[in-house]
Design a protein around this ligand. Structure first.
Ligand SMILES: [Zn+2]
Length: 83
C-alpha cells in the first residue's frame, strides 16, 4: 500500500476558505454546496483559491441518452428496411 499518493488526494491547507466558481462567495474548505447560489462545489484549487466544479454525471447521461434516441429515430425513419 506504499504506492498510493496520499498527498495528491488531500488538498494542502494553504487556503483557509475557497471561493464559489459561480458567485465568488467565500466558503468553508469542507463545503460541498455554495450557500448563496446552491452550486455544487468540489475541492479548492491550490493556485486560484477557487472551488472546483463537480462533474455533472446526470447531464452526461441525459446527453448520451438523447444521442441514442436520435440515432434510433434516424435508423427507424430512414434506414430500416420498409419492405
Ligand atoms: Zn455560489
Amino acid at each position: 500500500m506504499d504506492d498510493i499518493d496520499y498527498a495528491a488526494s488531500v488538498p494542502p491547507r494553504i487556503h483557509a476558505t475557497k471561493k464559489c466558481p459561480e458567485c465568488l462567495t467565500q466558503l468553508e474548505l469542507g463545503a460541498l454546496r455554495c450557500h448563496m447560489c446552491r452550486t455544487k462545489v468540489s475541492v479548492v484549487d491550490e493556485k486560484t483559491g477557487m472551488a472546483k466544479r463537480t462533474i455533472n454525471w446526470s447531464a452526461y447521461f441525459i446527453c448520451l441518452l438523447s444521442w441514442l434516441a436520435f440515432g434510433v429515430y434516424i435508423w427507424a425513419a430512414f434506414l430500416k428496411d420498409k419492405s
